[in-house]
Design a binder for this molecule. Structure first.
Ligand SMILES: NC(=O)c1ccc[n+]([C@@H]2O[C@H](COP(=O)([O-])OP(=O)(O)OC[C@H]3O[C@@H](n4cnc5c(N)ncnc54)[C@H](OP(=O)(O)O)[C@@H]3O)[C@@H](O)[C@H]2O)c1
Length: 274
């Protein structure tokens, strides 16, 4: 087992989108490392099932808060609820997110607006609201407090037919890296995680099959990337999951935009980029 630097024992970690896929993976890994949890998403039954599993396996105390984070006022409601319960969050995993697939002209404007509300607005508001808690936790528990924001390899270049999704993830990456710098002397671990396509409910929600991908990542792959980054004494501002994805992200940053968007547009004719 690699050397564990990130040690959230005795802290509370809040995971958004904990009802499936990567969010449930983050909750399991954080519970295994000794954190108590706040689990939020819309599907209450899933969250409660996970809370029971974590209590049985690790003795974790989980607080389940079912919420539609894309709804106006939802973040304020969540923060007020935490305050009422006396919960101070030491690790925040902004994981809830979804993609829409199709040309902009053919996309449902309401759904696009929800996508921006969840992937960008809620993530920003929750980070701002809980940042004082996170900074306080990083002082009380050195190497035990973190902010993990879910970006994507879609953050590194425009993605035709996923124009809004890729733009939201470019925002998450830029926002998180700026915050990484702003908080660099605090001891808070701040990082944006950039997975390529992962085998979760993501594609079903986006309304596309994942069959065109031969090498989908697993939730375990993304957990390895994330916790390796958190276990580094100096956590990087972002971490890409998957070697091929890492190379592609670096190449995309060096090529002219016209070339990159044309190549990705051709690749994405038959299937989505995650
Ligand atoms: N899978 C991939 O290929 C991939 C690649 C790169 C990045 N990512 C990113 O990773 C994150 C997790 O995705 P995933 O792959 O684990 O997909 P997933 O299995 O579809 O999980 C998405 C989570 O977000 C929650 N969510 C969706 N809408 C919500 C809302 N309005 N309010 C509150 N919670 C909401 C869902 O819960 P409820 O439905 O119960 O609300 C679910 O728990 C996302 O930010 C995604 O963009 C995924």
């Amino acid at each position: 087992m690699r050397n564990r630097v990130f040690n959230p024992i005795g802290t509370v970690a809040l995971v958004t989108g904990a009802s499936s896929g990567l969010g449930a993976g983050f909750a399991r890994e954080l519970a295994e490392r000794g954190a108590d949890l706040v689990l939020t998403a819309r599907r209450q039954d899933r969250l409660e099932g996970l809370a029971v599993e974590l209590a049985e396996k690790y003795g974790t105390v989980s607080t389940v808060i079912p919420l539609d984070l894309a709804a106006p006022g939802a973040v304020a409601e969540l923060v007020a609820d935490l305050h009422t319960r006396g919960i101070t969050v030491g690790t925040l995993v902004n994981n809830a997110g979804f993609a829409t697939y199709g040309t902009l002209a053919d996309s449902d404007p309401v759904r696009l607006s929800e996508e921006v509300s969840l992937n960008v607005t809620a993530l920003t508001a929750l980070t701002r609201a809980l940042l004082p808690d996170l900074l306080q936790a990083s002082r009380a528990h050195p190497a035990g407090a973190a902010l993990v924001n879910l970006a994507s390899t879609a953050a590194f270049q425009p993605v035709p037919k996923m124009a809004v999704y890729a733009a939201t993830k470019a925002y998450v990456l830029s926002f998180t890296e700026a915050l990484w710098y702003e908080t660099r002397q605090s001891g808070l671990k701040v990082t944006a995680i950039c997975p390529g396509p992962v085998d979760t409910e993501f594609f079903e929600v986006a309304g596309r099959s994942a069959d065109s991908y031969r090498d989908l990542l697993t939730v375990a792959d993304v957990m390895r990337t994330t916790f390796t980054a958190l276990d580094r004494a100096s956590t990087p501002p972002h971490a890409v999951s998957g070697l091929r994805n890492s190379v592609f992200a670096q190449v995309a940053g060096r090529l002219p935009h016209r070339t990159v968007v044309t190549v990705v547009g051709r690749m994405n004719r038959s299937g989505p980029t995650a």
